[in-house]
Design a protein around this ligand. Structure first.
Ligand SMILES: CC(C)(COP(=O)(O)OP(=O)(O)OC[C@H]1O[C@@H](n2cnc3c(N)ncnc32)[C@H](O)[C@@H]1OP(=O)(O)O)[C@@H](O)C(=O)NCCC(=O)NCCSC(=O)C(=O)O
Length: 396
C-alpha cells in the first residue's frame, strides 16, 4: 500500500479485527435491494456508509412490505438491509444539493448506484463526471441487464431477471411451470458480486492510486449463479434434460438427490450410493441397480425411494441414515432453525435499536474474522436522520 493510500484505510491499524474496512467512506445512492445489499456487506465489515435518499419518501423499499409488518414506519426489508448506515437526504435534481453531493464524493472512497442505465449520467453523477471529480473514487454500478442491447431500459427487477436468466425455467420439476426462487436472489447475488469487485478495485488502488468503475447486473449475477449447470449444458450438446419429472431438486444430479415427504415432515437426501441406500432403506429393488441408473432412471428410483420414505417419520430415517454417514437432513422451517442449538451457537441473530426507540431483531454478517463476527449494533436510519451532522462534518 502506498503512502497516498493512507486515507483509504485511515485507521485500519487501530481497528478491531472484526472491522477491517474501518475508515473507508462509502456514498450509497442505491435503493431497493441490490445496491443496498452491497453496501450492507461493506458496512458490516466496518466501512462508513452514507445512504443518500430523497427527503420525505426516501428509499422506496421503506414501503416494500414482505408481510403486513412494519417497524417505526419502515418495512422489515428496509431495516434488514440498511442497518449500520447513516442517512443523508438530498434532492439530486436541486443544483445546491447536487453540489453538496459532489463535495461529499470528493472525500469518498466508494460510490454505489443502481439507477436504470443512463439516469446517473442524466443527473450529472455518472462515472465520468464523478471520476473527474475524484480520480481515486471506486464507482460501483448495478443495472438490470447490462448497459448494451435491447433489454437495457427494461425495469431491472429480480423476478423479471430470474425469468430472463434461465434460473426460473430450471427450478421446479417437469410437471410444473417455471418456479421462481423464493427470494430476490438476483439482487442479493449482484450485491455480493459488486462488493467483491469494489474490494478488488480498492486493493488495486492501493497499488496504483487509480479509481475504477466496477459494474454488474442482476442478469450477470444470475448467470454466474448457474455456472455449474450452464457449463454442463454448454458441453453436452445442449441436450441434457433440464428438469426431473419427479422431485426436481437438481436438474443434473441423479437419484436420490432431492427432497422426500416422510410420514410427518420432509427429508432431504443428497449424493448417496444406491447400494448403500438400498440396504439402509431395506429396498431390495434398488440394490442391483447399475450406478449409471442414478441419472438415467432417476425418476423411477426417486419414486421408489419416495414411497419408502413416506412410511416412517423423519426422525426414524435420520436415526438410520446419519450413523451410516448418509448425506441427509431434516427440512426445517425458521422455528426449527432458530430453535436448534447448533444454529444458536453461530450467534447470527442480533437486536438493534434506532434512536427513536424502534427495536428490530435481525441477522448478522455471515463471516467471522479471527473468530469474531463483524458489524452489528446500529439500526437502519430514518430518512435524513444524519443530514445535519454529515453536512457539518463534510462542509456540505
Ligand atoms: C429498480 C428500477 C427498475 C426502478 O426504476 P425507476 O423507478 O424508473 O427508477 P430509476 O432508477 O430509473 O430512476 C430513479 C428516478 O428517481 C430519481 N431519483 C433517485 N434518487 C433521487 C434523489 N435523491 N433526488 C431526486 N431524484 C432522485 C432519479 O433521478 C430518477 O428520475 P428520472 O431522472 O426522472 O428518471 C431501476 O432502478 C433499475 O432497473 N435498477 C437497476 C437494477 C436494480 O438494482 N434493481 C433493483 C431492483 S429491486 C428488486 O428486484 C426487488 O425489490 O425485488
Amino acid at each position: 500500500m502506498t503512502s497516498t493510500d493512507t486515507h483509504t484505510l485511515r485507521s485500519a491499524q487501530d481497528a478491531a479485527p472484526e472491522r477491517p474496512l474501518e475508515g473507508l467512506l462509502v456514498v450509497d445512492l442505491s435503493q431497493f435491494l441490490s445496491g443496498p445489499y452491497c453496501s450492507l456487506r461493506l458496512a458490516d465489515l466496518g466501512a462508513r456508509v452514507i445512504k443518500v435518499e430523497r427527503a420525505g419518501q426516501g428509499d422506496l423499499s421503506r414501503q416494500l412490505y414482505l408481510s403486513d409488518t412494519e417497524l417505526g414506519g419502515d418495512s422489515t426489508i428496509f431495516h434488514a438491509i440498511n442497518r449500520g448506515k447513516e442517512s443523508l437526504a438530498l434532492d439530486l435534481k436541486d443544483p445546491a444539493d447536487l453540489a453538496a453531493l459532489g463535495r461529499l464524493v470528493r472525500q469518498a472512497d466508494v460510490l454505489i448506484q443502481n439507477f436504470r442505465p443512463g439516469v446517473a449520467e442524466r443527473i450529472g453523477i455518472g462515472w465520468e463526471a464523478m471520476h473527474a471529480l475524484n480520480p481515486r473514487l471506486i464507482y460501483g454500478s448495478i443495472s438490470g441487464y447490462g448497459t448494451d442491447g435491447a433489454w437495457v431500459k427494461l425495469p431491472g427487477q429480480d423476478l423479471l431477471a430470474q425469468a430472463r436468466s434461465g434460473l426460473m425455467w430450471l427450478s421446479g420439476d417437469a410437471t410444473q411451470g417455471p418456479v421462481p426462487f423464493g427470494l430476490a436472489v438476483g439482487d442479493m447475488f449482484a450485491g455480493v458480486a459488486l462488493s467483491q469487485g469494489i474490494l478488488a478495485a480498492l486493493v488495486r488502488r492501493g497499488i496504483d492510486g487509480k479509481g475504477r468503475h466496477v459494474e454488474t447486473s442482476l442478469l450477470e449475477a444470475l448467470v454466474d449463479l448457474q455456472f455449474e449447470v450452464l457449463t454442463t449444458w454448454l458441453n453436452d450438446g445442449r441436450r441434457t434434460p433440464s428438469r426431473s419429472a419427479t422431485n426436481g431438486a437438481h436438474a443434473y444430479l441423479g437419484a436420490p438427490y432431492g427432497v422426500y415427504a416422510a410420514a410427518d415432515g420432509y427429508l432431504a437426501l443428497a449424493m448417496t450410493p444406491l447400494d448403500k441406500l438400498a440396504a439402509l432403506l431395506e429396498l431390495p429393488a434398488l440394490a442391483d441397480r447399475d450406478p449409471a441408473d442414478a441419472f438415467r432412471a432417476r425418476d423411477e428410483i426417486k419414486a421408489l425411494v419416495g414411497a419408502r420414505v413416506a412410511e416412517r417419520p423423519v426422525a426414524d430415517w435420520l436415526a438410520v441414515l446419519q450413523p451410516a454417514d448418509i448425506w441427509c437432513s431434516e427440512v426445517l422451517d425458521w422455528h426449527g432453525l432458530t430453535g436448534a442449538d447448533a444454529f444458536r451457537r453461530l450467534d447470527m441473530l442480533q437486536t438493534v435499536r434506532r434512536d427513536d426507540g424502534v427495536v428490530i431483531e435481525t441477522t448478522r454478517s455471515p463471516l467471522t474474522i479471527d473468530g469474531k463476527r463483524p458489524g452489528g449494533g446500529r439500526a437502519a436510519p430514518q430518512v435524513g436522520e444524519h443530514s445535519d451532522a454529515i453536512r457539518a462534518e463534510f462542509g456540505l
